[in-house]
Design a protein around this ligand. Sequence first.
Ligand code: XMP
Length: 509
Amino acid sequence: TIAVLDFGSQYTQVIARRIRECNIYSRIFPYSVTAAELRKANVSGIILSGGPSSVLTKGSPRPDKKIFQLGVPVLGICYGLQLMGKLLGGDVAKSDRREYGRGRLTIKKKGRLLKGLPKSIKVWNSHGDKVTALPEGFEPIAGTENSDYAVIEDATRNFYGLQFHPEVVHSERGDDIIKNFLVGVCKCKQDWKMSNYVDQAIQDIRDQVGDSRVILGLSGGVDSSVAAALIHRAIGDQLTCVFVDNGLLRLRERDRVEQVFRDHFHVDLRVAKSGKRFLKALKGVTDPERKRKIIGKIFVDVFEDTVKKIGDVDFLAQGTLYPDVIESVAIDGNPAALIKSHHNVGGLPKRMKLKLLEPFRELFKDEVRALGKELGLPDEMIWRHPFPGPGLGVRVMGEIKKSYLDTLREADAILLEEMKRTGYYSKVWQAFCVFLPVQTVGVMGDERTYDYVIALRVVESVDAMTADWAHIPHDILQIISNRIINEVKGVNRVVLDISSKPPSTIEWE
Ligand code: XMP
């Protein structure tokens, strides 16, 4: 086990992830963990993360000094390096130049950490302080324009420090540096796998939950589906899943969730069929923000009603991922600076007085997918495109009517079918149809038609923050358009959305 001590860096989980990528097991500990606890955890190496504080500030987070006497290799990154400088007898000062972003590292001496690396590499910095005098036993290995002590080593005691962030992708060969520490210095074996993670996660869930009952809002999306499968494997029928059918789902979406979770996994699944309740509340509403708020509110009401019927429940499980956590509020004892509050975290559990169970708080999306595969979830569920909480409610423009939804569902199913058939589904970020309540004139057979418009929205993106319209071959678009107009009653025109985000957004509302 490699212990990562968290001093509140935005990148702590990224460090843990890089370690997992080397097939080595790691655990994140609060910075205040004691040396005795680390010894008990049988750690073979310790990494001190970066953090937003300055070691020069009174009361800034400090580790137990005895961790340096465990006889275990220690790597300090950024704030971690400055801590070592300060605590082991060197000197740290405010730098006259703060170093942010790209920097160039020049290697002066072949140390163990930089083994196999070229003389000069690009690195990613984010710090204001720097070490000005090395503690005894340390040697400078590499420097930047700003600091002679960007990489330092005490090869006798096995203490290492990096002023920059090797864990971020912008640092060249950062993974090699981390691997040099893990394999070259700590002598870790690279035999850890995602299946080991499943065992560990199951144990953690059992420890946390005991014999309490857990509910989980299952949406059929990747995160909640994998969470359901994992928690069910851990605690069986102590888990109840609630699926809210808000009437704004895609074709056969509820059937599919029932098939997988009730029929295949034998999960205690409660389905709240509440389409009518949603439609009633949405009647006459055209403003997109109001629609979203109403859908959100009714969802909570329905969810609460369903949970009341289940009886005593202690935990609410959520498939919150690490990127959701880092963007949300500072958690207890976590010194990370607040960046922004996230729409998926919070709200519900407070109102319902439930404790949270979030087994993926340390994971990234692709790792959750790997976990889902390991747990036997079908590929189509693991690789599903993102789908907004308000569902088709924000894909029918203006007022929502049952007939509009039915039309949209049929058109959307055709688009998805063709995207999958041609292999484009897995190449794009999202593909969906939008219903425009605009009637246009057409001619079918010899008859005049006066029907609605369907817009195709297919985008490429990495993180949904920016997106561009996907260049789908014309012959595929042609098939999609023909099929929708011929097979979906009430549609006589199909248009293609060719806007990027920004300035447009992915969804139309
Ligand atoms: P926009 O339309 O803002 O969407 O470019 C960015 C991404 O977020 C999805 N989306 C939502 N997801 N609840 C969600 O869970 C929502 O209310 C919501 N609105 C948009 C959208 O599908 C895209 O992937």
